[in-house]
Design a protein around this ligand. Structure first.
Ligand code: ATP
Ligand code: MG
Length: 282
């Protein structure tokens, strides 16, 4: 087995991990459904994918993937468990890590020496191409590290004015904190696509003008009973109903991510910096 310095060198050299954050201003808009299906879809494309369920209060990626995750990141942090003991394989080729604690709690752990965690995480990340992070709704200061570490931000909203307003507020807060992500806007649960295309156009304009963010792409997922059916069956939508409009849109999202990977530019600051940022370590 290579020693830690060797592993670190390999990881830094490979810099292959891309972090995709799936976030929203308001709860219940479809983050977990989108994060889970995107993870499964990337895995289907022969990518090694870690799905990090960072939504402590309502962690449910395990339910959506139909797996039982007994232990969480929290268990690892408070015991001498190994990281591999809290990362669960799924039948879809996605590896699942649940936070098990809120980000506030993780701050406390940050005060401890983190070398074990960083070493272990880097070791694991050596094999990963993507980490999809499913966050809780809204903004807390502690989530800033997640936002600044992300290579891509997928912001999910519904057409409802309240959801749009919360995304707008989130964008303003983040941009005022100097965060300018590679942004993808996703409107979910659309019931009137032609109307919502216009709403999303206008909304993009507002985000660009007032938050100073550039919107890379926009996606619309229709409200469709296949989504709730797949949740009830605990099988990813793209497995069960691959021809449904939401599944087709997930496929387009996946293509976008893979296309960007091909065009990928040089990493800004390197892999170690990225991992440290993700967990708020200076
Ligand atoms: N496109 C859709 N069509 C129909 N129903 C949908 C759609 N997207 C999501 N839903 C329904 O909304 C529910 C909530 O979705 P999800 O759990 O992904 O939201 P969330 O943003 O992760 O919520 P939370 O903020 O609580 O974590 C799902 O269980 C599903 O039933
Ligand atoms: Mg969720």
């Amino acid at each position: 087995m290579p020693d830690q310095t060797e592993t670190l060198k390999q990881v830094v050299a490979s810099q292959s991990l891309e972090i995709i954050l799936v976030a929203s201003g308001k709860g219940g808009v479809g983050k977990s459904v989108i994060a889970t299906n995107l993870a499964v879809s990337l895995a289907r494309n022969q990518k090694n994918v870690l799905l990090f369920d960072a939504d402590a209060g309502f962690a449910n990626a395990d339910i959506l993937l139909g797996v039982t995750t007994k232990n969480t990141l929290r268990d690892y942090l408070i015991s001498d468990m190994e990281l591999k003991d809290v990362i669960y394989p799924t039948r879809y080729g996605v590896w699942l890590l649940s936070s098990g604690t809120d980000v506030q709690d993780l701050i406390a752990f940050r005060k401890e020496p983190k070398s074990r965690f960083i070493d272990d995480f880097m070791h694991m990340a050596l094999d990963m191409n993507y980490a999809i992070v499913d966050t809780g709704a809204g903004y807390t200061e502690e989530l800033l590290s997640f936002y600044s570490a992300a290579d891509k931000l997928f912001l999910v909203t519904t057409p409802e004015p309240t959801a749009l307003m919360n995304v707008y507020t989130l964008a303003k807060v983040l941009s005022s904190n100097g965060i300018f992500p590679e942004l993808y806007l996703i409107m979910n649960q659309s019931r009137n696509t032609s109307k919502d295309i216009k709403v999303l156009d206008r909304f993009s304009y507002v985000i660009e003008k007032f938050a100073g963010w550039k919107v890379q792409e926009r996606f619309i997922l229709r409200s469709d009973k296949t989504v709730s059916n797949s949740v009830i069956k605990q099988v990813p939508l793209i497995e069960l109903y691959q021809h449904s409009q939401p599944a087709q849109t997930i496929a387009r999202l996946t293509d976008q991510v893979l296309k960007d990977e091909l065009e990928e530019k040089n990493d800004d600051g390197g892999f170690l910096t990225k991992i440290k940022k993700l967990f708020g370590i200076k």
